[in-house]
Design a protein around this ligand. Structure first.
Ligand code: GLU
Length: 281
């Protein structure tokens, strides 16, 4: 078993991250497998070196050990760009020139549509040439229509869920990429997007088990599709429950709240937090 914890240094970690990291670490240890840490910092508009330093200290305090060197996504952009180039050359992605404002308007007029608003597919080549000549910014979107054709349908996109999705999903699943629509795979300001970097890295690092929170279950639909398109292996998935706050709500970095750095600097020990979260080692 090779598993990983893959935090994004966009804020400080909270108890939910500790639970996730401990779940993956303990699974690897129990199986005599390997545990890797991966820093998912491709979005340089939101990631901060200070958050990375804090999270490394938090995880060490928690008693975790991981292999060196740690893979930091921002140092491997060429790997993700190569994957994107492959999709571009095979006509599996298209340029989308719509702005956030255009998309918000589209979403408003179709409130019950897919999570990603309908973006209308590729634009006419003449118009595309004109906008490119004008230097208009664009994002690369995955074309579900082209992907569907390339794979002869989505029925072979199976994966194994050993944990549980948010609606109790477990066992063998067929991914349904149509639920998320034509997702953005690269943006002008951020370069390559999360889904593409994750599938490339999981394959490159030989990850056999993706152990992460249920909030990421839906990401399997498009990630499984990208694995098929890029001919990458599919790991086994193990989504775990989420840790809730006192009000019964999901913890989130953006909400503020108590961080692992707060707990660590308040004098609590990592062993105490492990015990609190149900890890008795
Ligand atoms: N970097 C992602 C996050 O912090 C996790 C990615 C994953 O585990 O697949 O939410």
């Amino acid at each position: 078993m090779i598993t990983r914890f893959a935090p994004s240094p966009t804020g400080r970690l909270h108890r939910g991250h500790a639970f996730s990291a401990l779940t993956a670490f303990t699974a690897a240890r129990t199986a005599g497998g390997r545990f890797l840490l991966r820093i998912e910092d491709i979005d340089q508009t939101r990631c901060r070196p200070a958050h990375e330093a804090d999270l490394l200290a938090d995880l060490a305090w928690l008693g975790l050990e991981w292999e060196q060197p740690v893979r930091r996504q921002s140092e491997h952009m060429v790997d993700y760009e190569a994957a994107l180039d492959q999709l571009i050359s095979r006509g599996l992605v298209y340029r989308c020139f719509r702005t956030r404002k255009d998309l918000a308007q589209a979403a408003q007029s179709a409130p019950h549509g897919p999570a990603e608003p309908f973006v209308g597919g590729p634009i006419h080549p003449h118009e595309e040439d004109r906008w490119l000549a004008e230097g208009k910014a664009f994002a690369w979107r995955l074309s579900l229509a082209a992907a569907h054709e390339a794979l002869g349908g989505f029925h072979r996109l199976t994966f194994q869920e050993q944990g549980q999705g948010p609606a109790g999903e477990r066992g063998r699943f067929v991914a349904r990429p149509e639920l998320t629509g034509d997702v953005v795979l690269a943006r002008k300001d951020v370069g390559v997007a999360y889904h593409l970097a994750v599938v490339v890295d999981d394959a490159l690092q030989g990850i056999t088990h993706v152990i992460r929170g249920q909030d990421l279950f839906e990401a399997c639909h498009v990630q499984r599709l990208l694995q098929a398109l890029l001919d990458l292996p599919t790991p086994t998935y193990r989504h775990h429950r989420l840790i809730l706050d006192a009000a019964g709500e999901r913890l989130a970095k953006r909400k503020g709240g108590e961080t692992l750095t707060d707990l660590r600097t308040s004098g609590m020990t990592g062993a105490q937090l492990r015990a609190d979260l149900g890890f008795g080692w």
